[in-house]
Design a protein around this ligand. Structure first.
Ligand code: ADP
Ligand code: ZN
Length: 740
């Protein structure tokens, strides 16, 4: 074809998804450079230049050719996202009714969204011959951290900054010292040139022999490899679920495939990562919120290039490309953090994992000691296969659960006598004790004993929490904070704390058990993975005798010497209006109870309550989580609540008190009558004023998912046109976790 001919052919149209609130794609003219679906392009948008993803190539556009602007640059030679992943994200945009451009943006690391190369060079570090010799001759005895780093470089070969950062916090200083001594050097390699991933199973340590239950589960899972299948690994805490994941992944690696493992808040689960590292010598990347943008990009590249064979990550890792994906594991699948609850794209990573597995024709394994009702329902409906591990691994006995009736006992600063006595008994026996209280800070309320004034948040319908150590009052809803006043700002009288938080419990127990070191686990005392590791180390070494913590303590940590768990305030959730509150409470109690008595020592769990006759607590006590779930599911079915019905929530907030309600009322009117779909509301949110905005919501419910989807599809575009919505923030939450 000569030049003349080429100019005669119609220019191909590039259809681009851009991260804008507009629910549509944008057409551009190709600049003549080859471009494929899944590649990024830089394009003019108004007066801006944006980076977008090509989602289709076309020969015609609805716009006339002279209105189309050309692509400024093609940024990728090869697609960033392969077809199954692009299809998954397109499907997700439809299911959650969110613009495709915004959905794609949330699936990519920020630096890729800003146009950084997808394949790039990075620094790799290795030991020099001098370094190896020095290690062998026992040098660096006085610098154990440097020695540890050197040993790792010698053992593992070249390691990237990302890999080093995962293993050894503060490695940079030590590496600089090693380089000065001539023991280590660095070179620049591209992701593709980086040391090849070893194939084969590469297990560096083998696990314990499996129990019959574990073996049975593993065999079923191994038989399921190579095609889609959904499995629920329903195993009590400490039953060896993680061991089953490890064995299964071992098989997957041996078949030349890779594994994606999703877990809640991985920055806070160093123990899980450590177990994977100990077991597998293959490159593994962790994707979590503690990474810098640069680290995140490198982890993404490592996964997408096929170098990393195992990806362990939180929510958004479900969208990471992994060539040769062989299995997806979702650990603690009931955990609420798998649902994105902020912003516009409110997806469930667990549900996306199932859809991704379907599209990639691989099995998905959901594991939990307290499965979500959705997953239990899927088992009952035959969509998922249940594999159960009803017994604890090794010699560990299940803990015994008992209620303490708070009405019948003197209570001192939140602690009943029976709980204090039990603590004394267990501590005297040399064991550790764990106290769970789901509230951080010193106390949830500051009260004036003169006029009854209560310190309020200026921006929310909420009270300020006292943080005694920092001498601050802070709002746990909007983050506002101010100095702790010594006297009542209204009448000048003295003020005092009301109620208890972790900080106050620590003070109480320090006074009650002087000389016994305490480890506190909450967001104020444990800010990152390094803090958590330090706190866990204090517990595991036996130095700390009492553990106090929030929800953070319920998440998968193993504390083998804890034999008593005390739950201080279970009652808050018993009478919540949210239909999921009971499920949450049961999960929390069972999960925190699971920390006790792991290593062959029987555990005791004491739950303080003013409502020992409450049916939820009685059912949990008598029938365990399984019985509780069966009963609660029957109630859900009668009421048509999920998982039997489908919900979506339209939430709105505005500066003016009525604005959100007005907008939602108009939205409701637009809906008209749709058979099989009910709208409830609008109503003010449970906390109306939050962060200075007034919140309201409109609930949509339907028995059938397709009915709900069809309704939303025709309704939302109309809602978007509403003038009243322009000055507001609003978002649709499909399958919301909280509805009040
Ligand atoms: P889960 O993930 O269900 O909480 P883990 O896999 O972490 O359980 O196992 C709990 C503990 O029991 C771990 O210390 C693990 O090493 C150990 N364990 C797991 N399986 C076995 C087994 N078959 N025999 C002995 N110990 C086991
Ligand atoms: Zn506030």
């Amino acid at each position: 074809m000569d030049k003349h001919d080429k100019s005669m052919t119609a220019p191909p149209i590039v259809r681009v998804a851009l991260d804008t609130p507009l629910r549509r794609l944008f057409d551009y003219l190709s600049d003549g450079q080859p471009v494929a679906v899944g590649c990024r392009v830089r394009v003019p948008f108004g007066r801006q230049a944006l980076v977008g993803l090509v989602v289709a190539l076309a020969t015609e556009s609805e716009l006339p050719a002279d209105k189309l602007r050309p692509v400024t640059a093609v940024l990728d030679e090869q697609p960033l996202l392969d077809e199954p992943l692009l299809n998954l994200l397109t499907w997700a945009a439809g299911y959650y009714h969110h613009p495709l451009g915004a959905v794609l943006a949330s699936a990519l690391p920020r630096l890729l969204r800003e146009g950084e190369p997808a394949r790039a060079s990075e620094l790799w570090f290795s030991a020099t011959a001098d370094g190896e010799a020095a290690l062998a001759s026992g040098a660096l005895a006085r610098a154990p951290k440097q020695r540890e780093l050197l040993a790792r470089l010698v053992a593992a070969g070249p390691l990237s900054a990302l890999q080093l950062g995962e293993h050894l916090p503060r490695w940079r200083e030590n590496l600089a010292s090693l380089q000065q001594r001539g023991y280590a050097d660095s070179r620049v390699l591209t992701t593709e040139d980086a040391p090849a991933a070893p194939t084969g199973t590469a297990a560096t340590a083998s696990g314990p022999p499996l129990s019959d239950d574990q073996q049975h589960a593993l065999s079923a899972l191994q038989d399921g490899l190579g095609r889609y299948g959904s499995f629920l690994l329903d195993g009590v805490t400490g039953s060896g679920k993680t061991e089953v994941y490890l064995r299964l992944i071992d098989t997957v690696l041996a078949q030349g495939h890779s594994a994606l493992v999703l877990c809640p808040e991985i920055g806070l689960t160093p123990q899980l990562l450590a177990r994977f590292r100990e077991r597998f010598a293959v490159p593994l990347v962790a994707l979590h919120s503690g990474l810098t943008d640069r680290e995140r990009l490198q982890a993404w590249r490592s996964a997408a290039s096929g170098r990393a064979r195992i990806v362990i990550g939180t929510r958004s890792a479900v969208f990471v490309p992994l060539p040769a994906l062989g299995v997806i594991v979702v650990d603690e699948e009931h955990d609420a953090s798998f649902k994105q609850q902020e912003g516009g794209f409110r997806y469930s990573a667990r549900d996306m994992a199932v859809v991704r597995a379907q599209r990639s024709a691989v099995p998905v394994l959901l594991g939990s000691a307290t499965p979500s009702f959705e997953s239990l329902h899927n088992v009952a409906a035959g969509r998922s296969q249940r594999l159960s591990l009803p017994r604890r691994a090794g010699a560990a006995e299940p803990p015994s659960l008992q209620l303490i009736d708070l009405r019948g006992h003197a209570v001192h600063r939140g602690f009943s006598m029976p709980l204090l006595q039990a603590m004394e008994r267990h501590l005297a026996a040399g064991a550790q004790v764990l106290i769970f209280i789901n509230r951080r800070g010193y106390a949830p309320t500051l009260l004036c004993s003169g006029c009854g004034w209560i310190a309020p948040c200026r921006h929310c319908d909420a009270r300020l929490t006292i943080h005694q150590q920092q001498q601050r009052l802070s709002c746990h809803h909007c983050g506002a904070d101010e100095p702790l006043p010594a006297t009542c700002p209204r009448c000048g009288h003295g003020v005092r704390p009301l109620g208890h938080g972790t900080e106050r419990v620590e003070e109480t127990l320090a006074a009650r058990f002087p000389g016994l070191p305490i480890a506190r686990f909450d967001r104020d005392s444990v800010r990152d993975a390094a803090d958590l590791e330090a706190a866990i180390a204090r517990v595991n070494s036996g130095e700390a005798r009492i553990l106090i913590g929030t929800q953070m303590l319920t998440k998968g940590h193993h504390f083998p010497d804890v034999t008593l768990v005390g739950v201080l305030n279970a009652d808050q959730s018993l009478f919540s209006t949210d239909f999921r509150a009971a499920e949450r409470l049961a999960q929390t109690i069972v999960q925190v109870a699971g920390r006790a008595g792991r290593a062959g020592r029987a555990g005791e769990v004491l739950v303080q309550t003013e409502f020992p006759q409450h049916p939820l607590l009685m059912c949990l006590l008598e029938d365990g989580y399984g019985g509780f779930a069966r009963r609660a599911l029957t109630e859900r079915e009668a009421a048509g609540w999920p998982p039997y019905g489908r919900l979506a929530l339209l939430r709105a907030s505005g500066i003016k008190p009525q604005a959100a309600l007005d907008f939602l009322s108009q939205a409701r009117q637009l809906a008209g009558e749709t058979p099989g779909v009910q709208l409830l509301g609008p109503v003010p949110a449970a906390m109306v004023r939050r962060a200075g905005r007034h919140h309201a919501q409109l609930l949509i419910e339907s028995r059938e998912r397709p009915l709900m989807q069809r309704f939303l599809q025709q309704w939302l575009p109309q809602v978007e046109q509403l003038e009243a919505g322009r000055a507001l923030r609003w978002a649709l939450d499909v399958d919301p976790l909280e509805v009040f």
